[in-house]
Design a protein around this ligand. Structure first.
Ligand code: NDP
Ligand code: 2IT
Length: 444
């Protein structure tokens, strides 16, 4: 068994040199799935995992744009069309200077499993550019988004590939990209999700990833007869996912004492209440400032680095990949943390995951716990196709049911005695759905 795994991971490594994040995501899946393939004769000799790790298509392109001073810049744009076995490619676009092929392939690979778990008909994809939105004017952002979409628009469509937001891509960027798509293709369609409410967007999509993350953690806690009530919560990040994780956790009776950005974290022992969260939303979404300004404004502590040494019951990593390592996991455990639910994609390093699983605390992998965002994107696609709009309550109820369903799938496939290994559960449940669809459709 181990031989098979070693051989497989070595083969993936040789095939994709230097793609460390992609290899990390594949290794986690392979370790769990290779024994499953061996146990189920229908998957034998079908090269299912080998096919799953090879994107159906990788598109890279030049994105030239002009800044406010008239200087010309060139960035690299990407779209990874990973797997379309159960629906059109679906997944976000990331604009961040660190974006490269490895990061987007890991995100696209994770997305395939995540989208399968939502129960909605969506394949997996991811894209973006190594563009840094920090410090850019609205005009520069628009120029960039228009140039990016001028090329991307040939490759996507409402039944082909439906991008959305991710790090550095929110409502403003989706608006500029939608405008450019419509202008070039002369089509008003649901080609992107996360659209404005007045032009095809879904209520709750903005909130959905953070809310869904907390709903998932709530399901895990309930299974143990526990809840968010009176829990102390630490959140990394202060962007979209972090903000709405904070809002929902607070609504459920918890106290969020820390949030962060790439320069450091705030520690507010009184908790980030709804009024203070509005300050953060204004700071991050409109002024586009730094989280330190929160500490200056409210007179609380600000520290450089990551927030994992702050005492908490529940940790919600909501910033980026590999932002919680083994030492930090041990620190969280030593401080009594009993639940970690990933809002970000792959924020916890493999040895930190191992530490959480060994300690048998509640641990939710992002492909399960942050699936509420893409699930609500799926609901946006349905509303666009039907040309109707569901109410806030309707979408929120559907989101809660989807998160409950994902939780049940994880329990079904991840139960190990009286402990639920949600990593195992999520990977197996996602794999079955995609792999069986691939078997049905032949060697394509
Ligand atoms: P945003 O751009 O809104 O916010 C990102 C936050 O993370 C910011 O606070 C940012 O700080 C911080 N951050 C980003 N990169 C780094 C880094 N390298 N080191 C430290 N901090 C960093 O993104 P989202 O909230 O949308 O995304 C956050 C995570 O959630 C990502 O992993 C994304 O893939 C995942 N996700 C997002 C979904 C969505 O619907 N948006 C759905 C599912 C998952 P700073 O401002 O200083 O850069
Ligand atoms: O990682 C993710 O699931 C997202 N960035 C959201 C993707 C989507 O299509 O809504």
């Amino acid at each position: 068994m181990n031989d098979n795994l070693n051989e497989f991971t070595q083969w993936v490594k040789d095939l994709n040199p230097g793609e460390s994040e992609f290899l990390q995501a594949v290794e986690e899946v392979a370790e769990i799935i290779i024994p499953i393939i061996d146990k189920h004769p229908r998957f034998k000799n079908k090269k299912i995992l080998e096919r799953m790790i090879e994107p159906e298509r990788v598109i890279t392109f030049r994105v030239p744009w002009i800044d406010d001073q008239g200087n010309i810049h060139v960035n690299r744009g990407y779209r990874i069309e990973m797997n379309s076995a159960i629906g059109p490619y679906k997944g976000g676009l990331r604009f961040h200077p660190s974006v490269n092929l490895s990061i987007l392939k890991f995100l696209a690979f994770e997305q395939v499993f995540k989208n399968a778990l939502t129960t909605l008909p969506m394949g997996g994809g991811k894209g973006g550019a190594n563009f840094d939105p920090k410090g850019k004017s609205d005009m520069e952002i628009m120029n960039f988004c228009q140039s990016f979409m001028t090329e991307l628009c040939r490759h996507i469509g409402p039944n082909t590939d439906v991008p959305a937001g991710d790090i550095g891509v929110g409502g403003r960027e989706i608006g500029y990209m939608f405008g450019q798509y419509k202008r070039i293709r002369n089509e008003f369609t649901g080609v992107l999700t996360g659209k404005g409410i007045g032009w095809g967007g879904s209520l709750i999509r903005t909130e959905a990833t953070g809310y869904g993350n907390v709903y998932f953690a709530q399901n895990m806690l309930e299974l143990k007869g526990d809840s968010f009530d009176n829990k102390v919560v630490v959140i990394s990040g202060s962007g979209n996912v972090a903000q709405y994780s904070c809002e929902k956790a607070t609504q459920l009776g918890a106290k969020v004492v820390s949030m962060s950005d790439s320069s450091g974290y705030i520690y507010d022992k009184d908790g980030v209440d709804s009024e203070k969260l509005l300050f953060i939303m204004n700071l991050k979404n409109i002024k586009r400032g730094r989280i330190k300004e929160y500490a200056d404004h409210y007179g609380c502590e600000f520290h450089k680095g990551r927030p994992w040494n702050v005492n908490c019951d529940i940790a919600l990593p909501c910033a980026t990949q590999n932002e919680l390592n083994k030492t930090e996991a041990e620190q969280l455990l030593a401080n009594g943390c009993m639940c970690v639910s990933e809002g970000a994609n792959m924020p916890t390093t493999p040895d930190a995951i191992e530490a959480f699983l060994n300690a048998k605390i509640l641990f939710a992998p992002g492909k399960a716990s942050n699936a509420g965002g893409v699930a609500t994107s799926g609901l946006e696609m349905s509303q666009n196709s039907l040309r109707i709009n569901w109410t806030r309550e309707e979408v929120d109820m559907k989101l809660q049911n989807i998160m409950k369903n994902i939780h049940s799938q994880c329990v079904e496939h991840g139960k190990q005695g009286d402990y639920v290994n949600y990593v195992r559960g999520a990977n197996i449940a996602g794999f079955f759905k995609v792999a069986d669809a691939m078997l049905d459709q032949g060697v394509v």
